[in-house]
Unconditional design. Structure first.
Length: 263
């Protein structure tokens, strides 16, 4: 039986064969997503940006990159990374990490680390009932409304609880270091930068306040806004009314927060 080779759908590659970082990748049928399914013709699209390619990394490492290795087989601490991963993952025969949910249609990386990049997402809710509000930021990379979170600085020994507090303070000016959140889960995130060998997993945590507090956008945030949060549909409508879009990857995390609040 002949395999079908999927293409880059006429999107122009640069001279070195890389696609734009926003390229959706090749189509992956559901019956070929699992790594255990043989697919010799699989040809994922490489979305590695110039600053993370081998020739650039040989000269310097961008400030946001934790791995200076151009390919994942050069990483030497995979056993340790697998031991602390929020979502378990395996390595292939080359020593490359494999996305826990299977093929993505894209390869390379547009994240600081190969394999799992751990994120922390603080979901801050104020008030109750019809007065309940949710704090969101406008991300500067995709200009969508999102939870004010970010990456855990694991290479500096930071923990997820510390990152929750730091990211919230850096992006909104809100300091909740004296509050104890409810950890909602540790999950894969459908992040726009995901590839076969680099992805994001997040610790999401719920902070509950009696009333809204002043929030001022900073760092990676263009704006910080309190939105009505009676339901996910209610939130989406409010965000749309403001002329903005809710970051799709955070919807499952917000739905989980609503489920907890409904208990």
């Amino acid at each position: 039986m002949n395999e079908t080779r999927y293409t880059t759908d006429a999107v122009a590659l640069d001279p070195d064969g890389y696609a734009p970082v926003g390229h959706p990748g090749v189509t992956v049928p559901e019956d070929r997503r699992c790594w255990s399914v043989s697919w010799p013709a699989y040809a994922p699209v490489d979305i590695t940006p110039p600053e993370l390619r081998a020739e650039t990394l040989a000269r310097h490492v961008p400030g946001w990159a934790a791995d200076r290795d151009a390919t994942p087989d050069l990483v030497r601490d995979w056993e340790q990374r697998q031991a602390v991963a929020l979502v378990p993952f395996q390595l292939d025969g080359r020593g490359w990490p494999l996305h826990p949910q299977g093929r993505t249609g894209r390869t390379g990386r547009n994240l600081g680390r190969w394999g799992e990049s751990a994120a922390a997402d603080p979901i801050v809710v104020a008030g109750s009932g019809d007065e309940r509000r949710l704090l969101l930021i406008t991300r500067d990379d995709i200009e969508q409304e999102a939870i004010p979170g970010g990456m855990v600085d694991v290479h500096l020994g930071e923990t997820a609880p510390a990152a929750l507090v730091r990211e919230l303070r850096e992006e909104t000016g809100v300091d909740l270091s004296e509050h104890t959140p409810v950890i909602l889960g540790q999950d894969l995130v459908d992040d726009w930068r995901t590839t076969d060998h680099a992805w994001v997993s997040s610790t999401s945590a719920l902070y509950q306040l009696d009333a809204t507090v002043t929030a001022v956008a900073a760092d990676d945030a263009l704006d910080a806004t309190w939105y009505p949060f009676g339901s996910l549909d209610h939130l989406v409508a409010a965000v749309s009314a403001a002329g903005r879009t809710l970051y799709a990857a955070h919807r499952p995390l917000l739905q989980r927060a609503l489920a907890h609040l409904a208990k």
